[in-house]
Design a protein around this ligand. Sequence first.
Ligand SMILES: Cc1cc2nc3c(=O)[nH]c(=O)nc-3n(C[C@H](O)[C@H](O)[C@H](O)COP(=O)(O)OP(=O)(O)OC[C@H]3O[C@@H](n4cnc5c(N)ncnc54)[C@H](O)[C@@H]3O)c2cc1C
Length: 504
Amino acid sequence: MAEEFDIVIIGSGMGGLVCADVLGREGYKVCVLEKNRQLGGSLQTYVRDKVIFDSGVHYLGGLSEGQNLYQVFKYLGIIDKLKLQKMDEDVFDKILIEGDEKTYLFAQGYENFIQHLLKDFPDEEKALRLYCDKIKEVCSKFPLYNLRTGGNIDEKNAVLGIDTRTFIESITGNKKLQAVLVGNSMLYVLQSGKTPFYVHAMILNSYIESSWKCIDGGSDIGKFMAKNIREHGGVIHRNTEVKRIVVEDGKVSYVETADGSKVHGKNFISNMHPVRTLDMTESNLIKQAYKHRVKSLENSIGGFVVNIVFEKNTYPYIKNNFYYIKDGQEWNLTEYNDETWPSCYAVFCSASSKSPDYAESMTLLAYMKFDEVKQWAGTFNTVSKEEDRGKDYEAFKKIKAEKLLSLVEERFPGVRKAIKSYYTATPLSYRDYIGNDDGSMYGIAKDYSNPLKTFISPRTKIPNLYLTGQNLNLHGILGATMSGLVTSVAFLGSEDIIEKIRNA
Ligand SMILES: Cc1cc2nc3c(=O)[nH]c(=O)nc-3n(C[C@H](O)[C@H](O)[C@H](O)COP(=O)(O)OP(=O)(O)OC[C@H]3O[C@@H](n4cnc5c(N)ncnc54)[C@H](O)[C@@H]3O)c2cc1C
């Protein structure tokens, strides 16, 4: 490609697309290079038995008028185009605990949230109020999260070092309430003694503020942004994998793709995992110490997914999600073994325009360590490059799926009977589609004990190479959107776009 772009963006995940859309609007000629056939990274959907499945968007928070994600989507002109379904005000997530027949409800709106939990924990009003106040206080310290300009690091520093477990144990001695408050921790892969409270707070806050499902899947978010990017003169190349980031005279001059083409640009933004970005960048400007630091950071655990297609009109559509945790393991869910797996699971029904009353499908999500699939790590399988991982792998997935289904059936009687077919995905599927090393769901795990170590800057030592995506600040659609904005602000050297978004 002979043309030189203002900005070449490697990867079309949420962070990459936000950068491309925002910076295209600012007049820059952008080019997005995506290795997959479908755009969007974890926004991608896929169809099995004529039913649409999400790969990484089961629900979204902060989408009511004036809230943070709403305002960004409004600025990008996509909020009115998306087919959104508000989840029930009185329950977006139900928490299930092994051996306890009750279901604990997480409701939208802070007072509503407190009142619902008070029904099960009538003596815990003080703790619940402290919990909600702390979430709001912590979230208020992050300017961008509130689409506010002019913040500084001191503001955040005051809250970055709060440990989720220590804080929750400090507000209540009630073990059941503690377990319930971290009941949907699969949303952020809680690790005891590691996960900062700000991660918990920003995610919970967005869903308590408002919770939404995308009808017929979340890939529309990416499709509408791609349309915007093209309308602003940008170009998008799918099936184009970047293999090398070539540095000459102290800056990146081009990237080389799998077919040997060179794409030249004045600036480059990588939406790939930072480790992959560093591996592809040959330059002594990036110090070994920095590479070691980034490579030493732990990624969050991977996921095992069972996507179920139901026989028509057999299983009712359930608008809320469910999170199940094994009794007493709420702080150690990632530390399972063969006998104790699955330590937890999540259940999501997809919203379908074709079948509003009956669920067309159900997604089950459990944790899965990369080590469990390591023996097949040498295989690669996506729709663009299909490779059979072999019979052993299929047998392994079947055993896991059946074990997970048996546990789910205990709390969801009738699920098995309604199944028409099911399809599974492991950390290897995520690794191959997303392009990281270990199929991690949410990328670099944050650490309260050394918060700045696990923050990745959007800038690199190479002046025209930037980073974006879930590994920077926070994961999730909201988190990756914020990362896209952080990178755009770093690139522009001005917070004017935040003002524009706030006033959209
Ligand atoms: C199972 C699961 C469920 C989830 N559920 C939710 C949810 O309900 N709600 C929510 O808000 N979030 C959810 N998330 C998280 C959310 O989807 C992600 O945090 C977010 O989409 C990540 O965006 P990103 O910008 O980091 O890009 P990614 O999605 O990581 O995409 C990176 C892109 O870069 C491309 N790429 C990589 N290498 C190359 C290369 N060499 N050349 C060209 N392109 C390349 C990839 O193909 C990909 O398109 C979920 C995630 C998972 C895994």
